[in-house]
Write a protein that binds this ligand. Structure first.
Ligand code: HEM
Length: 509
């Protein structure tokens, strides 16, 4: 369907910039609007003007949101940060009712043109000025990029990446064999090699190649910029005009760097493919295939941003294997029994190896890469249960709480892939963490099929080839793996040590 020129547009940023009445009302839990004095969802007490700014948790914010949700007896809670309204959904019911069933108005984004996941969702009705036009244009770009994504990464299309996935896994195995202690670097290399090959047909040699470093840096900036407390800086109108060295303008500095990184990626890599195409010597990639259909501004830059997601999950996998030798042994026995030891498993073996799939699901559940999802923006005022939800609120989902709900996942802090398997078969149903860890509604991760396939094959290869154990101190005691993770919208385990030995070497020793 053709996009309509918009007739009205909702902003994806501050609900009420610099309006003191608004601050006062928010601090009393009241709303300004047609149905004044309707209740906001509960939440911690708000100070005038600052709201909950000083209560914002600096790390593991999902635990505090979960605590508030329990304390106020509501799966939906409300915070106000300098007048910016923030709604946090803590249950899959609230997510399904709002982000999924009402996804038309819950799919707004932060409106940053330098990062696809933050492009505003293109629902607009009135176009009244130039700013609005830019917003509308970015929304249109988002829709077109999703179309490209769907064409390239739908469940059938991702099969074409299997050779690249196997190639990247072989490099990973080789690297792990050579220098097992540098496993994090090798996993980064794996993710970078795969995504750059798929996006641009480019082969990288080491995890220190500029393409990988810049891509990772850009996603790091996005992750930090979207941490509550950072992105609210954006809601103070004055800060938009301060120089980037200003102390509170950290967000702005990150945005500039991220924008520069995206521009570098676009100029260097996109141009490289263009030149190769012109010379007739090119490797088929998302960019080369799209060049005939997509304009320069819709290149595959957005693909690098996801490099960290698969790295994070695979590092979490190594961590859990080091901690759970029984799980690892069970998975190895499944591989030995179903595919034998003469060859490595392939994706065609997937249905015969349900325990490998269960391990992947448990890693995604126990270590969600985006524990509070990506921020969505509510583009219209809404009503839910007895609450009024203000337009332009930022909506976060406490995915961590959903994936650790004891009513759905018994003993939720325990790493236990068996929760997904019964009588040697993978269980179907709503308990699958895949329904939450890849996001929701219209913004659900479009790369999920490819991510799942590439992680599955990497996990199967690693289990088939290696034995992972905790490291030992000189006195023989085990080096503890704390399992702590980094903060930000995208998290990963903090660096840890473990021992990775090839099974052959292990048998010999
Ligand atoms: C472990 C792997 C991955 C995880 C856990 C993950 C998770 C997510 C999540 C939680 C979101 C936000 C969804 C929302 O706003 O509701 C997202 C968005 C996105 N993901 Fe992924 N992702 C992964 C891998 C990938 C891969 C491999 C690709 C590309 C091939 C990809 C492409 C994207 C894009 C483009 C968006 C933005 C979608 C939009 O705003 O419309 N992701 N992902």
């Amino acid at each position: 369907m053709q996009d309509q020129v918009p007739t009205h547009l909702h902003y994806g940023s501050c609900y009420c910039r610099g309006n003191s009445d608004h601050f006062d009302n928010l601090s009393k839990g009241l709303l300004v609007g047609s149905r004044s004095k309707e209740k906001l969802p509960p939440g911690p007490h708000k100070l005038p003007f600052f709201g909950n700014l000083f209560q914002l948790p600096k790390t593991r914010e999902y635990l505090t949101y979960q605590k508030w949700s329990n304390q106020y007896g509501s799966d939906i809670i409300h915070l106000s940060i300098l007048g910016q309204s923030l709604i946090i959904l803590n249950s899959s019911e609230a997510v399904s009712d709002l982000l999924e069933q009402r996804s038309l108005i819950y799919s707004g984004s932060m409106g940053w043109k330098w990062a696809f996941p933050f492009l505003p969702y293109g629902r607009v009705e009135t176009l009244t000025n130039c700013d609005m036009f830019i917003h509308w244009y970015l929304g249109k770009q988002w829709k077109e990029q999703r179309k490209v994504f769907h064409r390239e990464f739908n469940p059938d299309a991702v099969a074409r990446f299997r050779n690249h996935e196997t190639e990247a896994c072989m490099t990973l195995i080789g690297n792990l064999q050579q220098s097992p202690n540098r496993f994090i670097e090798h996993i980064r290399h794996f993710s970078g090699q795969l995504i750059l090959k798929i996006a641009y047909g480019i082969s990288v040699q080491t995890p220190h190649d500029q393409e990988i470093l810049i891509s990772e840096r850009s996603v790091e900036s996005i992750s930090l910029a979207t941490t509550p407390g950072q992105f609210f800086v954006d809601s103070i109108p004055l800060l938009q005009y301060v120089p980037s060295w200003f102390p509170l303008a950290g967000f702005k500095r990150m945005a500039i760097r991220c924008s520069e990184d995206s521009t570098w990626i676009r100029n260097e890599l996109f141009q490289k493919v263009k030149l190769q195409l012109e010379s007739g010597l090119f490797e088929s990639s998302v960019t080369s295939r799209g060049l005939k259909n997509i304009s320069e501004s819709q290149d595959a830059t957005y693909l690098q941003g996801v490099l960290k997601d698969t790295t994070s999950s695979l590092v979490s996998f190594i961590l859990e294997m080091a901690r759970h030798p029984n799980v690892q042994q069970k998975a190895y026995e499944e591989i030995c029994c179903k595919t034998g030891t003469e060859r490595l498993p392939t994706l065609s073996d997937k249905s015969d190896l349900p325990y490998i799939t269960a391990i992947l699901m448990e890693v995604l559940r126990r270590h969600p890469v985006a524990p509070c999802n990506a921020p969505h923006v509510l583009t219209e005022q809404d009503h839910y249960k007895e609450f009024m939800l203000p337009a332009n609120s930022i909506v976060l989902v406490n995915t961590w709480a959903i994936l650790h709900n004891p009513n759905i996942y018994s003993d939720p802090l325990q790493f236990d892939p068996d929760r997904f398997v019964k009588d040697g078969q993978l269980l179907d149903g709503h308990k699958h963490p895949i329904t939450a860890c890849f996001g929701y509604g219209r913004r659900i991760c479009p790369g999920r099929y490819m991510a799942l396939e590439s992680m599955w094959i990497a996990i199967a290869f690693i289990i088939a080839k290696f034995k992972i154990e905790p490291s030992r101190n000189p006195d023989g005691s085990i080096v503890e793996i704390t399992g702590e993770s980094t903060s930000g919208i995208i998290t990963r385990p903090k660096p840890f040590e473990c021992s990775i030995k090839s099974r052959q070497e292990y048998a010999e020793s």
